[in-house]
Design a protein around this ligand. Structure first.
Ligand SMILES: [Zn+2]
Length: 174
């Protein structure tokens, strides 16, 4: 499919589908829930801050930079279907899964009476191990390059309009 653009209203973080109900922004199916997607549009920020910043840069370059940064970042609440809602969340579930499995193992060992007889060092190492799972897990997650949730480029047209550019064609609502 050829690349296409989808124009939507934006108020705060909420998208306005104007008349037609919201649909999954990946495939067009019935939405299951919303996910907040952080976005950046530096071109829009540049356009919006040009007049003020030409003055600010002269007075205070740091202030001009922060003004630009503030305008560049925005987020949208994207409706997603049940299938696409979980996209990119697998790692989080994996970490929680490993933690729960370790916790169950500890409880099973404790039930068999192996822990109570041991020295208190065992308990310390077990606790450290459980905390370690979360620390190592979140460290791994933070290093992993995040797969974008939406298959489109999100641009801002004005304060109340966004343009979603789909390189492989629009999702068709169904
Ligand atoms: Zn979907």
């Amino acid at each position: 499919m050829p690349p296409a653009e989808l124009r939507l209203g934006l108020s705060g973080r909420a998208l306005d589908f104007s008349g037609a109900g919201p649909y999954c922004l990946v495939c067009g199916a019935k939405p299951f829930a919303h996910r907040t997607i952080p976005c950046r549009d530096t071109d829009y920020a540049l356009r919006k801050t040009r007049d003020l910043n030409s003055l600010l840069e002269w007075v205070n370059p740091a202030l001009a930079y922060f003004n630009w940064r503030r305008k560049a970042a925005f987020s949208i609440d994207a409706p997603l279907c049940f299938r696409h809602f979980w996209r990119g969340l697998l790692g989080e579930f994996l970490v929680i899964g490993v933690f729960v499995a370790a916790l169950v193992a500890v409880v099973v060992f404790w039930f068999k009476g192996r822990l109570s007889s041991g020295p208190s060092e065992t308990g310390f190492f077990l606790k450290a191990g459980l905390i370690g799972i979360f620390l190592v897990g979140s460290w791994l997650l933070s290093r992993r390059p995040g797969r974008p949730v939406l298959p489109c480029e999100i641009r801002r047209e004005s304060d109340t309009r966004v343009v979603l550019r789909y390189p492989d064609g629009l999702p068709t609502p169904h």
